[in-house]
Design a protein around this ligand. Structure first.
Ligand code: PLP
Length: 403
């Protein structure tokens, strides 16, 4: 902390700085303070960080597309043609032909009537929910849904009914017992911190039985699940049964931004009403062009997904051989350790062995479930995966509940 004397707004003696010092000290004492750590390399299976070269198990770049040659080339060509910034929201002058081309491409990929882009998954979720439901309505949200869905529920000012994780019986009961004008159910398909998969067929049936609409977040499923890589809805053949399917460009697609696959009329309403869509500068055309190249890679190169799944199976077999719980259901594997300090300590030890895996702590995960969260990528070699397993063995990790 700097002792340099400053005066005026922003000075370390100003009220906000006092509040911040107090709260940071409290976070620090509870093992919950967070720090930035810049990378000196592109995203990839091996990264340079803080002068070290580490095998990276914390990236959501599941197919290794973030730094791939085709994605880079598409972005560069689009920068040459369109420049960088879009200058305004899409409704003003920020719209380009590339945005529309990407939406058409994603609509075909998702087998949807319409697709609408958002600047991020966070913007999509916080923007969409308040358009669909409001006061007098009810939204039913899985207890482990991503923070952006939680915030979207809050912003909607609808009644929020949180149902126990993946508990369709409890959801059904809540749908029966909650009076509301409109009912909307919202769930992750692959849960971001646990890597498990929502019981989507059963959720769809519950929604149908109770006249509820359904929105799903496929952030960790896009590019990972389904024969074509379009997500859990594709895997289960439920594309037509889900009102809104949100996916991101920022994880397996290696870029930035998000989209929702839905009906034309819902997309049209979002264009007129979703605040993050209306009041935020459009994605750069270069990002859209890069995403087009990424979707093309997912569609034309099934070997990417095959390599990812080979790694997923290797890693989950390895975890199970250590007596740890593991289901090869997605690219995300939590090793739940308990308190935040235990997770931080395990992350430190793994790092000494050359493995970068970040500790995930509350409020990202519930109290008492701090964890290491391993993310596999198609870009990992089997050697990388084995290194993670060996280091985990070396650290002598005991998962909570199995000590
Ligand atoms: C990452 C994530 C988001 C947010 O997406 P961004 O594009 O990073 O803003 C939304 N939902 C889930 C489930 C996520 O994991």
């Amino acid at each position: 902390m700097s002792d340099v004397k400053q005066e005026g707004v922003g000075a370390s003696s100003a009220p906000a700085s006092g509040w911040a010092r107090e709260e940071l000290a409290s976070l620090q004492a509870r093992g919950l303070r967070r720090y930035l750590e810049p990378l000196d390399s592109p995203q990839g299976p091996v990264v340079r960080v803080g002068g070290e070269t580490l095998v990276n198990f914390s990236s959501n770049d599941y197919l290794g597309l973030a730094a791939s040659a085709s994605v880079r080339a598409a972005a560069i060509a689009a920068v040459e043609r369109y420049g960088l910034g879009t200058g305004a929201s899409r409704l003003v002058v920020g719209d380009t032909a590339v945005h529309h081309r990407l939406e058409a491409r994603l609509a075909a990929f998702e087998r949807a009537e319409a697709v609408l882009l958002f600047n991020s998954g966070y913007a999509a979720n916080t923007g969409i929910l308040p358009v669909l439901v409001g006061p007098g309505d009810a939204v039913f949200s899985d207890a482990l849904n991503h923070a952006s869905l939680v915030d979207g529920c809050r912003l909607s000012r609808a009644r929020v009914v949180v149902f126990p994780h993946a508990d369709v019986e409890a959801l059904t009961k809540a749908l029966e017992e909650t009076p509301a004008r409109r009912k909307l159910v919202v769930t992750d398909t692959v849960f971001s911190m646990d890597g498990d998969v929502a019981p989507l067929r059963e959720i769809v049936a519950a929604c149908r039985a109770h006249g509820a609409a359904l929105m799903v977040d496929e952030a960790h499923a896009t590019g990972v699940l389904g024969a074509r890589g379009a997500g859990l809805c594709e895997e289960l053949g439920l594309e037509d049964q889900v009102d809104l399917r949100m996916g991101t460009l920022s994880k397996a697609l290696g870029g930035q931004g998000a989209y929702v696959a839905t009906s034309r009329v819902v997309a049209d309403l979002l264009i007129s009403r979703a605040r993050p869509f209306i009041y935020s500068t459009a994605l750069p055309a270069a990002m859209c062009a890069a995403a087009e190249a990424a979707v093309e890679a997912v569609e034309k190169d099934p070997a990417l997904r095959e390599r990812l799944w080979r790694n997923i199976r290797r890693f989950s077999d390895g975890l199970r051989s250590m007596g740890l719980r593991a289901e090869p259901r997605s690219a995300v594997f939590p090793v739940v350790l308990g308190g935040p300090e235990r997770a931080l300590e395990a992350a430190r030890k793994l790092r000494e062995a050359g493995v970068l895996v970040k500790a995930i702590r509350p409020p990202t995960v519930p109290e008492g479930t701090s964890r290491l969260r391993f993310c596999l990528s198609a870009a990992h070699t089997l050697g990388h995966v084995d290194l993670a397993l060996e280091s985990l063995r070396g650290v002598g990790v005991h998962q909570r509940g199995e000590e």
